[in-house]
Design a protein around this ligand. Structure first.
Ligand SMILES: Nc1ncnc2c1ncn2[C@@H]1O[C@H](COP(=O)(O)OP(=O)(O)OP(=O)(O)O)[C@@H](O)[C@H]1O
Length: 253
């Protein structure tokens, strides 16, 4: 039976490093299928918030719920098994593997973590088919057998997303997925993100406001660790506080 729970919910999350408060009472919900952007000036606490949600850091207080189940103290891998996956700002790929090898490995690792240690020949074929499906969805099928190091950087970032998809996520957290990608390729990369399956909720950090306003259905604005505003793009664009503390500075609105 479908539940009405949001895919992800945070409640009053707080985190300090010494006397520096980097996450202040952050409460928000990510509904199923969401395409939300997390924006804010440098140092606003965006990556820290992602690290708290994934379990790479523990909050000082507050709660995190995945599909209504509390995971605040759960290890990162347990959260991955419950459908929470992230990508990083930096490239984390193996340069000598091909995309099909990398995605297959990720699928085998997923199944091993789920307790499925042994595969019949038929199920290997199923895994290969699944790998090609993922690569096709991310427009990487044509380069599936080329070593990763020979791929243009934009395709390497797409391969990172393919590896994330191999975990069968319900919530996908993308930390600057287009970082380092030439501007004319980043819109193509985000159109792939927008076209991900409708049951995956996506939260992405992105600095390019043209991209944010084109691809986010809703925007969370973080300033000094706290949520200044969460609203539809048109409302964020017109909010004078956002202009003043963030957008005005970079002059994109
Ligand atoms: N492990 C840490 N120990 C101490 N301070 C940290 C740590 N991680 C982050 N900070 C500080 O916390 C604040 C928030 O950093 P964070 O990386 O979350 O911001 P951000 O919004 O992602 O920034 P950017 O847009 O530049 O990536 C910054 O002042 C940063 O220096």
């Amino acid at each position: 039976m479908e539940t009405q729970q949001p895919a992800l919910r945070t409640e009053a999350l707080c985190k300090s490093f010494g006397s520096l408060k980097v996450t202040r009472d952050v409460t928000f919900e990510l509904p199923r299928g969401a395409r939300y952007a997390l924006i804010g000036p440098n140092g606003a606490g965006k990556t820290t918030l992602i690290n708290l949600i994934t379990g790479e850091m523990r909050p000082d207080s507050g709660r995190i719920l995945l599909d209504g189940r509390e995971v605040t103290q759960a290890p990162t891998m347990a959260r991955v098994r419950q459908g929470l996956t992230r990508t990083f700002q930096i490239n984390t790929l193996f340069p000598d593997l091909t995309p099909i090898e990398a995605v297959l490995l990720a699928i085998c690792e997923r199944d091993r973590a789920a307790g499925q240690f042994w595969r019949s020949l038929t199920s290997h074929r199923v895994a290969i088919d699944e790998s090609f499906e993922i690569l096709t969805r991310l427009r990487l099928a044509e380069v599936a057998t080329r070593p990763t190091r020979t791929l243009p950087y934009g395709q390497q970032r797409l391969l990172e997303m393919a590896l994330a998809l191999a975990t069968k996520p319900k919530v996908l957290l993308l930390d600057e997925p287009a970082a380092g990608v030439p501007k004319d390729e980043s819109a193509a990369l985000f159109s792939v993100i927008a076209a991900l399956p409708g049951d995956i909720a996506v939260l992405f950090i992105e600095h390019d406001m043209d991209i944010v306003f084109s691809f986010a259905s809703r925007i969370i604005v973080l300033v000094s660790g706290g949520v200044l505003l969460e609203a539809e793009p048109a409302v964020v664009r017109g909010d004078p506080r956002v202009r003043e503390v963030y957008l005005g500075k970079v002059g994109h609105v």
